[in-house]
Design a binder for this molecule. Structure first.
Ligand SMILES: [Zn+2]
Length: 123
C-alpha cells in the first residue's frame, strides 16, 4: 500500500524518474553484494522477489513474486525503484555504468517483472 501511495505521489509530481534515482543510490550503497549470486540472496533475504538471469546478451533479469507490484493491477510498469536498485548494484559488481529498463511488469499482467540491462558506453 505504501508503495502505491508513493508511486501515485511521484506520478502526480510528474517525476517517476526519481524512484529510479532513489533505487540507484540505495543499490550503490549496498557494498556487500559482490556478484550475481549475492544479488539473488539479497533479493530473497529482503523479500524483494525471486531473481533470475534469463538472458545474457542483452542481459535480462527476471524477478518473480516482485515485492513492489505482485497483486497490483495497473496500466503501466511501476518497478522503477527495482530498476534503479539493479543499476546501482550492477555498477558496483562490474565497475561499469548501466541503465536498467523494466520491459514487462507483473502490475501489467506479466508472469514476472523483466528488466533489460544495458551498459552505458562512454564516448
Ligand atoms: Zn514490476
Amino acid at each position: 500500500m505504501l508503495v502505491i501511495i508513493t508511486i501515485k505521489k511521484l506520478n502526480d509530481n510528474g517525476s517517476v524518474i526519481s524512484l529510479y534515482d532513489i533505487g540507484y543510490e540505495f543499490g550503490k550503497n549496498i557494498l556487500n553484494i559482490k556478484n550475481i549470486s549475492d544479488l539473488k540472496k539479497f533479493f530473497k533475504k529482503n523479500n524483494l522477489g525471486n531473481l533470475k538471469i534469463v538472458k545474457k546478451r542483452p542481459l535480462i533479469i527476471k524477478v518473480e513474486d516482485c515485492a513492489f507490484c505482485d497483486g497490483l493491477d495497473m496500466d503501466s510498469r511501476i518497478c522503477y525503484f527495482d530498476a534503479g536498485l539493479l543499476a546501482g548494484v550492477l555498477e558496483n559488481i562490474y565497475n561499469k555504468k548501466f541503465v536498467v529498463d523494466e520491459i514487462d511488469c507483473m502490475a501489467k499482467g506479466a508472469d514476472a517483472c523483466y528488466f533489460k540491462v544495458e551498459e552505458i558506453k562512454e564516448l
